[in-house]
Design a protein around this ligand. Structure first.
Ligand code: CP3
Length: 339
């Protein structure tokens, strides 16, 4: 087992900087498209043997130092009782958004052994195949709440903020239920063999820091505290989180994810003794080879004083990215960081 990724998460010295990429499995790979040709995304997420195949696809092409479970942050949300659809090109849709006490009250705290057995099975199967660590994940409670309240993706998050500001007790109740489901889901992933856990807070960046502190931070802290005894690296990634780094450093995570809008040196300064993960602009993968190499070199250099650096993108790989560019980037990271 290549443990470089886990060592960097723990802040230990490594022979080179480990790299993986958010959304490293997915539509930019023709072999993924081929699997998806016969099956819907949601069905795919529930078929362990296909999830294993799709998780392994990027690892066959690129020298990634970690694998990430193939699933989706909305899978546990569906298990809570929300009716979930993925419409081609439109992203996720939740049929009956949760905007009042009744719909929030109906949500269940989903027991993963019963409701998400396919996730655990995927993890067990993957561990037999992998020689790099496997990352499990969940959506952070706030990001999950936005999908439940908005009924899908959103531009202004009107309904979410309306509930936060006009029915704060209901909002807290919803966050409470999602947090409990998330704790159970992540503990089940760890029990099945996940070796690190990441919380994706894709939409945290829409909030003022004062609201993040009241409505988001306590729940991330609770989730991570309830995972502490597992003794696995815990990663917190708030997309568009430049203004939230001080608060994100108080979540209790071991690794602070950072998007590309932040200078890596600033992220490291805020991270204190936490390791840092990030933060190449996903579209910088389109740079010509020499410029890509130079950009990666600058990032590695900027991170040389971190208490652990895991190279990653600042968000997921864009679907139009040529796979060969990903290959180049991974190899440049290894070449330029070998000590
Ligand atoms: O990183 C990986 O390779 C693991 C798999 C993974 C997926 N989704 C697969 C996926 C992970 C970690 C996620 C997380 C996820 N899902 C997030 C947080 C990360 C982020 O991107 O901010 C969010 C917000 C979601 C919700 C979600 N799922 C959206 C908004 C969409 C549509 C987006 C799009 O690109 O169209 C999905 C669908 C989805 N999840 C796809 C994949 C590969 C595309 C589905 C397809 O095949 O059509």
């Amino acid at each position: 087992m290549n443990e470089t990724f886990l060592q960097a998460c723990r802040g230990e010295r490594t022979g080179y900087t480990p790299v993986w990429m958010m959304r490293q499995a997915g539509r930019y790979l023709p072999e993924y498209q081929k699997v998806r040709g016969n099956i819907s995304f949601l069905e795919l997420c529930k078929r362990p043997e296909l999830c294993v195949e799709v998780t392994l696809q990027p690892l066959r092409r690129f020298a990634m130092d970690a694998a990430i479970l193939f699933s989706d942050i909305l899978i546990p949300i569906e298990a809570m009782g929300a009716e979930l659809f993925f419409h081609e090109g439109k992203g996720p849709i939740i049929a009956s958004p949760c905007r009042d006490a009744e719909t929030v009250g109906r949500l269940r705290i989903a027991p993963p052994e019963q409701d998400l057995p396919f996730v655990q099975e995927t993890i067990r199967l993957l561990r037999r195949e992998l020689d790099v660590p496997l990352i499990g994940f969940a959506g952070a409670p706030f990001t999950c709440a936005t999908y439940l309240i908005e009924g899908g993706s959103s531009r202004f998050f009107y309904e979410t903020k309306k509930m936060m500001f006009s029915q704060p007790r209901l909002f807290h109740h919803l966050m409470d239920k999602i947090s409990e489901t998330t704790i159970l889901a992540l503990r089940a992933q760890a029990a099945a063999g996940a070796q690190a856990l990441q919380l994706f807070d894709t939409w945290a960046g829409i909030l003022a820091p004062c609201d993040f502190e009241i409505f988001v931070l306590p729940y991330v802290q609770r989730v991570l505290r309830k995972l502490d005894d597992l003794d696995l690296p815990l990663i917190y990634f708030a997309n568009n989180g430049a203004t939230l780094l001080d608060l994100s450093a108080r979540t209790g995570a071991d690794v602070l994810g950072s998007d590309w809008r932040v200078d890596i040196g600033d992220a490291i300064a805020k991270a204190g003794r936490m390791a840092v993960q990030g933060n190449l602009d996903p579209l910088a993968l389109l740079l010509p080879a020499e410029e890509l190499k130079e950009r990666i070199g600058r990032l590695l250099n900027g991170a040389r004083d971190a208490c652990g650096h895991i190279f990653n993108l600042g968000h997921g790989i864009h679907q139009l990215t040529p796979p060969d560019q990903v290959c180049l980037a991974v190899d440049f990271v290894h070449e330029l960081s070998t000590r």
